[in-house]
Ligand binder design. Sequence first.
Ligand SMILES: Cc1ncc(COP(=O)(O)O)c(C=O)c1O
Length: 310
Amino acid sequence: MLKYHVDKMLLERPLKNIPIQEIVINKKVRLFMKREDLIHPQISGNKYWKLFHNVNNYLDKNPKRPYIISFGGAFSNHISAVSAIGSIAGIPTLGIIRGEELKDRWRDNPTLLFSRRNGMNLKFVTREEYRHKDKLTEFLQYEFPEALIIPEGGTNKEAVAGIKMMLNNETKDFDYLCTAVGTGGTIAGISMFCEGNQKVIGFKVVDDTSLDNKIFELTSRKNFNLIDSSFGGYGKIKDENVTFINDFKEEFKIPLEPIYTGKMMQKIFELIDANYFPENSKILCFHTGGLQGIEGANLLLEKQNRNLII
Ligand SMILES: Cc1ncc(COP(=O)(O)O)c(C=O)c1O
């Protein structure tokens, strides 16, 4: 019954319907975006695919009292998606949230409010405790032996296997496949399942020097390149990022968010201008969703009296 619920999310939105949209830029290369953000209103983009096998494989084991636990920051797209799965499939969920200070302020945070409204229980831990997620995971697995504990960002082998479904016959036609990189699961799946002649570029929004190795461990393939796209650090939003996102939406009618896809596209535009890609290259970027984060970002921008994301 529960499995039926999770499968149904896929059946309602068949893969074939995910459009690849050309971004007409009048340059010597052609740029496209695969709109994975459209796959589901609440479990959007890569989150959908990273959670798909994780949740279905777990439910296949028929836990008597299913329970899903995961980790994330205050604005986490992953936490938001896990809470939505919980609500859709009728599974209780627990989010371990970085930042004890949010304990009394979570109602002011749209991501946490949404997750809570989906029935997710929230446990706030200090940054120090959060850094030791492995220990917390061990403890939680002991406490809740039947629970599915999904790592931060959803990245694990099942997630990588799920990302395969973002690739199909149409994506084979591109020279470059581009994605934003946080924990590395999405690029790992793209690298693992793309064609041998395709180049994969990861736009790294976090300053994590171990990412190259982490991704390689997940794929055993070294057909990817990481390019720093952090624009001053993870979660930092510069005015130039806001301007880029607003201009992009106005011109191409595609919304981007400021933490992942906005920074990736801004960097890609810079690279195109610097002739990084050979002439006539066909470049495909994956829109990995995360648009739920715009509301929270705008609250912060508003407090700082800055331009908002439209
Ligand atoms: C919108 C969005 N794009 C890209 C990523 C990066 O994915 P990954 O953590 O698999 O590298 C994330 C994080 O999960 C995300 O929320």
